[in-house]
Every structure is written in structure tokens, then in C-alpha cells.
Write a protein that binds this ligand. Structure first.
Ligand SMILES: [Ca+2]
Length: 486
């Protein structure tokens, strides 16, 4: 509690501060940020295995891969909730999404739940962001400069918030964010909106086609260019945490022509074929919708998805170059992650909101000062662990009770694990993974069980064969959640 202010007791009791000399000149200390800069790069819906450093030879991510030279890739990281707003609320709070009070995209982040951005600001950090935060997703208004007052409340000092890619194409009555203002000014909004809301509605959402926008007007180029300008000019007088939140490679899969061209004839991986026999009712219902997807169409979607990832990777490279040129690289921790994965045809499914590997696992790399471990880690980490990790690196005060656990002992190479099990949740269902077995349950009890050593593709639901193991894991899950106070 190094940063606990001397008048903390008064603040907590809600007492007036300036009464009868109760507060003296020595009771309030100057605030000076002490830790490294933190560049937190997040993409949207980037599945963990579509990275060169994770073994993919069909997608080029040289700049993200380069982070491994001075860092660690968590190969088994999962998100806390495979959906945008809840996953990002868990990250902001260091709490499971249910405990933070965000169980779907229609929820607004509760203003009384502390964020780690607030704690960084209180520790003297400049806290910037560009792109989508999804902390008030249903709102659809970020303002012309992306800096609505609530963003300052949530802890940001330099916000530049945008709509996500699908909602950026919707006419909200007036431009809702800086990107929409830009598109209107450039005379591109109607073309973009027509592409998403008319042209692409003629075929299913899972199909790929080039963006109608010129490269420089594509939303992730807009995000990346703004991020580069920030990094070129941000003062080095105080440490900063900069959240660069790309909106790709979320569907619609619409890489700009220049990036689609890079993969036009590229070989793409096979998707995991599956049948609904031992899966859930939801599985049977949803896979039916995608049954007519041909291999050719799937490959086309994959190629666009790969192009969108490589575009983000190029911006990662540009940001790293700027840090290098400004002499800031040695003092900047660089993190790459995504809010959840993407099924991309595995098990006949697309998008997210599944606990299968493609949807629940996320890329998670941490590199830079203080990171002594190198290469890969199989520790059972969760996305929201980045909240206490950033606070510890920044020497900021912890946020009350968090369900997240700092990755710092793993990054320093002092420990190989921080927890025995991973947990992820959705409305009405949740999963636990103990390093070998994954159990998925709905409120009525266990519904799926996979032995990921024997069955890494999650084809054989063992819940009927091993009901006792499934029940045991259900009790384990309940015990952990109870111990956490959930
Ligand atoms: Ca998302």
C-alpha cells in the first residue's frame, strides 16, 4: 500500500478534508509516476493460433512475433467471457464480468466499479486510448473528439474513442465518433454504410470481400495512424499507459485491397470438421445455419481475415519503430492481446460466444522491461490478469478485491503458474479448464467434457463416459467461484 495517501482514512469515511487544520502540508504528497510506459495493443476477435509465433505459417505477423525476443507468449491464455463488452469490462476491472456487472453487449460499465485505468491515473500515469473501448457500447456516441466526460471518469486522461467497425457504418442520426466525422468529411460515409448495410446483407455475414474504402480510410488504418501520432508526440516527462484498440479482424471480413492481395491465392488451414451428435442443442441449431458454406468461400473468408491481421501487424511494427526512434523502447512494456477469438469454420461455427478453443483462447504476449522470461508459457492465465499486471508494473495501488492475478511473477521467471484452473463465463453457461480437461456447464449441470491431451480438437464429448469427472469439475468450479465471492 505504498501509495496510500496519508488522509486515506478521512477520504474513506467521507469526512471533509479542510476542517480545523486536520490536514497539514505534509499529508498530501506530490504524485510522480514511477513505472515504465505500457503500450497495450488489443485487436478484436483475433484467435490465438493465427499468429506466426504461435505456429501459423499461413498468416504473416512478423512484428507481433518480434515481441518474443524480449518477452513471453502465453500459449494457453483465455478470455474471461468470449464476447466484446463483458471481456473488456473484466479487463478494465480485474473482476470476472459477472462480478463487474457486465453480462452482455447491451450493458454499460457500472460507473461505481473501479477501473485499473483510474488506478494508473492516480499513480501519476497519463492514460490514453484510441479505438473502441466497449465500456458504454449501447450508447453509440463518443463525440467528435472521442473524449466524452465519462471517459475521464473511467480513468483516461487522453481518450480518443471510436465506434466499433459494424456500428461505425450505421447512421446514428449524426456522426457518433471521430471516425464517422472523418468519413463524412471525406465523402465516404455513404459508400461505407451501403457496403455494410446493403451490399453485404445480400450474402451471409461469414463471407469475405474487399473493403470499398481506400486503405487510408479503413478504420484500423485510422486507429493505427492516430496511435502513431500519439506515440510520436507524447511527452516522456511522465509514464503513460496507451490502449490501442483495433477494431479488426472482427467480421465483416473486408481487408482493404492491398492487404487482401497479399493472400489472394494463399493456402489456408483446414477447419475442424465436427458433427452435432454429442454437442448441445445450441450447437445443432447454429451449425445448421452455416451448412452451405463451401470450402472455397471459407478460404476466401480466411484470406481476408489474414489480411486484416497483417494490416494490424504492420501498425504494430510502425509503433515499435517510433518507440525505438524516440529512445523509449527500453522503458516501454508492449502487450498484444485480443478480447476473444474467432471460430472461423471450426466445428462448422463462426464468430465467438463459444467455449471451444478457437473462440475462448486469445493471443497474449508481454515484452519489455521487467520481463525476464523468454519464449512461451503454458501457464493458465486469463485476459483480465493484465489489469493487476499493469498496476504492479506501474507501482500503482491495487484495486480492492480482484479475481484477476498479476502475471508479474511469471514474467520475471519467478513462478511457472499463478492458478490451477481457468474459468470463462457467458450468460447461462461457464467453463473450467484444469490444464487437461475442459468442462462446460449450463445452469442444469455439466454438458460437455473434453480431454485436451487426447482430444485437442474437442470432437469427443466425454460427459456421458465420465460423468463423475464432469461432476467433480462442476464442484471445483463452484468452489473457486465461491472462494472468489462470486
Ligand atoms: Ca470483440
Amino acid at each position: 500500500m505504498a501509495n496510500r495517501p496519508a488522509n486515506a482514512a478521512q477520504l474513506e469515511a467521507g469526512k471533509p478534508l479542510l476542517k480545523g487544520g486536520e490536514v497539514g502540508p505534509d499529508d498530501v504528497k506530490p504524485i510522480r509516476g514511477k513505472g515504465p510506459n505500457i503500450l497495450m495493443i488489443m485487436s478484436d476477435q483475433h484467435r490465438a493460433d493465427w499468429l506466426g509465433c504461435a505456429g501459423a505459417d499461413w498468416v504473416n505477423t512478423p512484428h507481433i512475433d518480434s515481441l518474443l525476443k524480449e518477452g513471453l507468449l502465453f500459449r494457453r491464455a483465455i478470455c474471461n467471457f468470449p464476447l466484446c463488452a463483458p471481456s473488456r469490462a473484466a479487463l478494465a476491472s480485474g473482476l470476472r464480468a459477472g462480478r463487474a456487472g457486465v453480462m452482455g453487449n447491451e450493458y454499460i460499465y457500472p460507473y461505481n466499479v473501479p477501473t485499473y485505468y483510474q488506478a494508473l491515473r492516480a499513480a501519476g500515469y497519463r492514460v490514453g486510448c484510441v479505438g473502441k473501448t466497449d465500456l458504454h457500447k449501447k450508447d453509440h456516441w463518443e463525440g467528435e473528439n472521442g473524449d466524452r466526460p465519462l471517459m475521464y471518469h473511467l480513468g483516461f486522461t487522453d481518450p480518443y474513442e471510436l465506434e466499433g467497425k459494424q456500428t461505425a457504418a450505421i447512421d446514428h442520426g449524426k456522426p457518433a465518433c471521430p471516425y464517422q466525422h472523418y468519413l463524412v468529411k471525406e465523402g465516404l460515409f455513404e459508400k461505407f454504410s451501403h457496403d455494410y448495410n446493403v451490399a453485404r446483407k445480400e450474402y451471409p455475414r461469414r463471407y469475405g470481400a474487399d473493403s470499398v474504402l481506400p486503405l487510408e480510410a479503413y478504420e484500423d488504418a485510422f486507429v493505427g495512424n492516430h496511435a502513431c501520432r500519439f506515440l510520436e508526440t507524447v511527452s516522456d516527462e511522465s509514464p503513460w499507459h496507451y490502449f490501442v484498440s483495433f477494431v479488426g479482424p472482427h467480421n465483416p471480413w473486408d481487408a482493404p485491397k492491398e492487404y487482401a492481395d497479399k493472400y489472394r491465392n494463399a493456402k489456408m488451414p483446414e477447419a475442424i470438421a465436427d458433427s452435432p451428435e454429442s454437442k448441445s442443442e445450441k450447437f445443432a441449431r447454429i451449425t445448421k445455419r452455416h451448412k452451405d458454406m463451401t470450402r472455397e468461400d471459407l478460404v476466401n473468408s480466411m484470406r481476408h481475415y489474414a489480411g486484416m491481421i497483417t494490416l494490424i501487424d504492420d501498425y504494430v511494427g510502425r509503433m515499435l519503430d517510433i518507440l525505438e526512434k524516440r529512445g523509449m523502447r527500453e522503458n516501454t512494456v508492449v502487450i498484444y492481446c485480443s478480447d476473444h477469438g474467432e471460430m472461423m469454420g471450426d466445428h462448422g461455427l463462426f464468430f465467438k460466444s463459444w467455449f471451444y478453443e478457437a473462440s475462448v483462447r486469445v493471443p497474449l504476449l508481454v515484452s519489455g522491461p521487467g520481463v525476464k522470461a523468454r519464449g512461451t508459457s503454458d501457464a493458465l492465465v486469463e485476459l483480465h490478469d493484465l489489469a493487476p499486471t499493469c498496476l504492479e508494473m506501474a507501482q500503482a495501488e491495487a484495486l480492492g478485491a480482484m479475481t484477476a492475478k498479476s502475471l508479474v511473477p511469471l514474467l520475471r521467471g519467478e513462478n511457472e503458474s499463478t492458478r490451477d484452473c481457468q474459468i470463462s463465463e457467458m450468460r447461462g453457461s461457464r467453463m473450467v479448464f484444469d490444464g487437461r480437461y475442459k468442462m462446460i456447464e449450463e445452469s442444469a449441470g455439466p454438458v460437455e467434457l473434453y480431454d485436451l491431451e487426447a482430444d485437442p480438437r474437442e470432437l469427443s464429448n466425454a460427459v456421458g463416459k465420465e460423468p463423475q469427472r464432469a461432476a467433480r469439475m462442476g464442484r471445483l468450479l463452484a468452489d473457486i467461484l465461491q472462494a472468489e465471492g462470486t
